[in-house]
Structures are given as C-alpha cells and as structure tokens.
Write a protein that binds this ligand. Structure first.
Ligand code: ATP
Ligand code: MG
Length: 180
C-alpha cells in the first residue's frame, strides 16, 4: 500500500485544483517559506479524518477553506481526495485503488466519499483502522517537533515509536485486560 496521489481544491492556500503524484518510497516536498508545504501535510491528515482544528494549525475547522487573497475571492468549500494504491489488499475493500474524499462547506456541512460513493466518516475510519494509517495511527511529526522527539525522555520516545509501529493499541489492550 502506498499513497498514489493527492488532489486539493479550495484547501487552505490551494485555491485552484492541484494534484500531487507520489511514487512508492520517500517523497520530499520542497519550496520557499509559506508556499504551502505544511498545507499539503495538513490535507493528508484532514482527508484521513482529522477532527481537531488545532492539529491542522487553525482556530476553527472552517480555516481549512481557502480564505481569499488580494487578487482572489474566498471560496465556499474545501475538498481533498487521497488515492491509495491497494494492490496488496492492505485495505479491506475489493479495489486495487481506493480514493477517499472529504469536503467541507462554509455552512458547516461535511461530505465523505469512498471511490466516489458518499459515506460516513465512520466508514472511512473503519476502512483505515487496521491499515496503520487510521486515526491516530499514522504519525505526522510537525514542524519544530523533531527536537522535542529527540530530546524526550526514553519512555516517551518509546511510546512514540510504538505508536508509529502500531503496537501501542495492542499494549493498551493488554494492560486493560490485565487490570480486569
Ligand atoms: P515554511 O517553509 O515556512 O514551513 P510552508 O511551505 O510549510 O512554509 P504553509 O504553512 O504550508 O507553508 O503555508 C502557509 C501559507 O498558507 C500562508 O501564506 C497562509 O496565508 C496560507 N494559508 C493558510 N490557510 C489558508 C486559507 N484558509 N486560505 C488561504 N491561504 C491560506
Ligand atoms: Mg511548513
């Protein structure tokens, strides 16, 4: 499984439809300060179901919608589509390619889609939950956070690595079972 492409429309600074294509392996996004690199990362977190505005570096969820610039009017909605290569069947769905779409209108209405069919957020969370990229399971190390990871106490660092490796949930389950 790997991320194939990401399309942003009206998401943060990406007013016009913009598609990024990823190959298997490591992807680097380079560009000047303020050009939207972190916004791309925010878009991935958002389409995977992030519900916290702060995690998306905003004050409220509406802040993900293109707010306008001197030469361009604000937009009424933000839309992000993430396409995942599922040839290895890591996602429990019978498609070799899975597209997840999230849309937010200024009215506050939200829409979610899997391969173009509308669905609930819960359906997306369930689809991703055992794949290692579900809610709280993918790991995004934000700008400036790397130092705090490197300088954290060994126990905290271990927790971080366990979460990234997907074993934290199993350890939590085990601890809960042992308490009973
Ligand atoms: P740096 O190298 O400094 O980390 P960056 O490439 O990560 O920069 P981002 O933080 O992704 O930059 O982008 C910041 C830009 O996105 C700012 O110019 C900000 O005004 C713009 N931006 C953020 N939200 C919106 C929005 N809702 N509408 C329009 N522009 C927005
Ligand atoms: Mg940045």
């Amino acid at each position: 499984m790997h991320l194939k492409s990401l399309t942003l429309r009206g998401f943060k600074s990406f007013a016009s439809s913009t598609t990024l294509r990823f190959e298997p392996g490591i992807t680097c996004v380079v560009g000047p300060n303020g050009s939207g690199k972190s916004n791309v990362v925010d878009a991935i977190a958002w389409v995977l179901g992030e519900q916290g505005a702060k995690a998306l570096r905003g004050g409220k969820m509406e802040d993900v919608i293109f707010a306008g610039t001197a030469g361009r009017a604000p937009l009424g909605r933000a839309e992000v589509t993430l396409t995942i290569d599922n040839h290895d069947g890591a996602l429990p769905i019978e498609y070799a390619e899975v597209s997840i779409t999230r849309r937010l209108f200024r009215t506050g209405d939200s829409e979610y889609e899997i391969n173009g069919d509308s669905c609930r957020l819960l359906d997306i969370q369930e689809l991703l939950s055992d794949s290692g990229i579900g809610r709280e399971m993918h790991v995004i190390v934000g700008q400036g956070q790397l130092d705090s990871v490197l300088q954290s106490r060994p126990e905290d660092r271990r927790g971080f690595i366990e979460e990234a490796a997907g074993v934290l949930k199993h350890r939590k389950r085990k601890e809960k079972a042992l308490r009973k």
